[in-house]
Ligand binder design. Structure first.
Ligand SMILES: C[S@@+](CC[C@H](N)C(=O)[O-])C[C@H]1O[C@@H](n2cnc3c(N)ncnc32)[C@H](O)[C@@H]1O
Length: 277
């Protein structure tokens, strides 16, 4: 079997897309058929399956969940970099954070921030750097939780070692202060790494989501763009439960919560629009 002669029928694609959607919220329409087919082909080769029908059965019957995990790892889009969407981060640091601190968090209890769909960790470590800059010298405490469905990116994130393209937007003063250059790569210093806890959470898994409680801010940027409205709504309502009263949710700049979950208040700050419980 070679890639050029391999294709799956419309009906097979629809069944596979529905299976992935129900388990992850990630929605593939016909336009994404080539993208999905290519990754399925690679998994079929890796697992020694010649026919899609056999592979699909194997995928569904694998009680360990390992093959599904590998397929998800191959399918997810993990593009990210440090200090992505700088204006919104500025809004977090200069406008939302002072409001959160007024509520007593930081001193009486740690401020808790969650990077949901953290990929290889750049967003979570960016938040840790910002919070170290804004809080630590005042003796405030904070935790950054970072989760993803893809277990390979989480392993990479834990290493805290990055290529130049990941750090291209890091202000030079922070690059010098928080990274060590080693053979052309950038290694995060322990002071940042120890502030972030990485673990696996599927945003569509109700049991896992019920354990995510007591957050002051959630960053879920460039994740829900791969979902359809029904799945977005389900995740948004879970986030509502995960936030403390007054907690904030930060989405990517092209994303909006108003239509899918009007339960959140819209806050228009100087640098960004964010949503509040
Ligand atoms: C494009 S990256 C976004 C990374 C980062 N938030 C940013 O904005 O730079 C999207 C991430 O969402 C994750 N993801 C997709 N579906 C998910 C789900 N159901 N549960 C948890 N994470 C998911 C993917 O694995 C991927 O790492």
């Amino acid at each position: 079997m070679n890639r050029s002669s391999f294709s799956i029928s419309g009906e097979e694609f629809a069944r596979l897309a529905d299976y992935i959607y129900r388990r992850t919220g990630i929605f593939y329409d016909e336009n994404k058929r080539y993208y999905v087919e290519k990754r399925v082909f690679d998994r079929m080769k890796a697992t020694g399956h010649e026919k899609f029908r056999d592979y699909f059965l194997y995928l569904r019957c694998d009680a360990s969940g390992q093959e599904f995990q590998r397929l998800v790892n191959a399918l997810t889009v993990n593009e990210t970099y440090f200090f992505r969407e700088y204006d919104q981060l500025k809004c977090f640091a200069e406008e939302a954070l002072p409001e959160m601190l007024k509520g007593g968090c930081g001193r009486e209890r740690p401020l808790r921030v969650w990077s949901a769909g953290c990929s290889t960790g750049e967003e979570a470590y960016t938040l840790a750097i910002i919070l170290l800059e804004m809080l630590d010298s005042d003796g405030f405490g904070f935790e950054v939780h970072a989760t993803d469905i893809n277990d390979e990116v989480l392993q990479q994130a834990e290493k805290g070692v990055y290529e130049q393209r990941s750090v291209r937007e890091v202000p030079s003063v922070y690059l010098e202060k928080y990274f060590v250059p080693v053979y052309g790569k950038y290694c995060l210093k322990p002071v940042v790494k120890e502030k972030v806890r990485f673990y696996q959470v599927n945003l569509l898994d109700r049991a896992q989501m019920q354990k995510m409680r007591g957050f002051d801010a959630i960053f879920c940027r460039n994740v829900l763009i791969y979902f359809d409205d029904r799945a977005r709504r389900e995740v948004a309502l879970s986030f509502y439960e995960s936030l403390r009263p007054g907690g904030f949710i930060f989405l990517g700049h092209s994303e909006s919560m108003s239509r899918i979950a009007p339960i959140f208040r819209v806050r228009k700050f100087k640098n960004a629009i964010i949503y509040q419980k």
